[in-house]
Design a protein around this ligand. Structure first.
Ligand SMILES: CC(C)(COP(=O)(O)OP(=O)(O)OC[C@H]1O[C@@H](n2cnc3c(N)ncnc32)[C@H](O)[C@@H]1OP(=O)(O)O)[C@@H](O)C(=O)NCCC(=O)NCCS
Length: 176
């Protein structure tokens, strides 16, 4: 298994990963998000990684930038979406995608990485509700307990909650 940066040529494979991994209720909206993010041009860049096994794309993750408050003092990203094909799960592919992406973001000087997901899974990578508590997500969350963050670089702490804004592909209340 190896992990590489995804390109627009991976569009169908990326869609198929999410269609296979997510339940019926989520698969269409999440696979659309994954492919939309592949072609969305952002500053700084959106990062999409795929995991390949024997020439097949079996996992995918995307990291897109968020604006924090006025955006002057800190750079944030959000991890979404993440999926591994069911027949390749539990082989640390999801973990590797998160770890390699997080490492790239750290090297870019990103301060904080957010995720909206299952705390039982993401806590094993250091994500916590506490780290995200000072930041208000762009939309009202259906599952507020899933709003998590991990600090990648020191920054001065703010006293009041800071609103974050996301890239266009994530601007759909149904995703939150
Ligand atoms: C979540 C997902 C990406 C994990 O991928 P993976 O390659 O199987 O992950 P890893 O092999 O690195 O880690 C698997 C471990 O995470 C655990 N795990 C997976 N999903 C979990 C969850 N929702 N809550 C708690 N633990 C979870 C597994 O039980 C396994 O534990 P173990 O190492 O103790 O056996 C994959 O299960 C998936 O695609 N699920 C469907 C889509 C999804 O839910 N995406 C995340 C949206 S927030």
């Amino acid at each position: 298994m190896h992990i590489r940066t995804a390109t627009s040529l991976d569009r169908d494979d990326v869609r198929d990963v999410h269609l296979a991994a997510f339940d019926q209720g989520e698969r269409d909206i999440v696979s659309k998000l994954a492919t939309d993010l592949l072609s969305e041009e952002t500053t700084p860049q959106t990062i999409s990684l795929v995991a390949e096994s024997q020439g097949d794309v079996v996992g995918h993750v995307a990291f897109s930038p968020v604006t924090i408050g006025t955006g002057e003092n800190s750079q944030g990203y959000i991890l979404a979406p993440l999926a591994v094909k069911p027949d390749h799960q539990k082989r640390r592919i999801g973990s590797k995608l998160i770890e390699i992406g997080t490492q790239q973001l750290s090297e870019m000087g990103v301060h904080i990485l957010f995720v909206y997901g299952d705390p039982a899974y993401y806590s094993r990578f250091g994500f916590s509700a506490d780290a995200a508590a000072g930041y208000t997500p762009p939309y009202t969350l259906q599952y507020p307990f899933g709003w998590l963050g991990i600090a990648l670089k020191e920054r001065s702490t703010e006293t009041s909650p800071i609103k974050i804004t996301c890239v266009t592909s994530l601007c759909d209340p149904e995703l939150w």
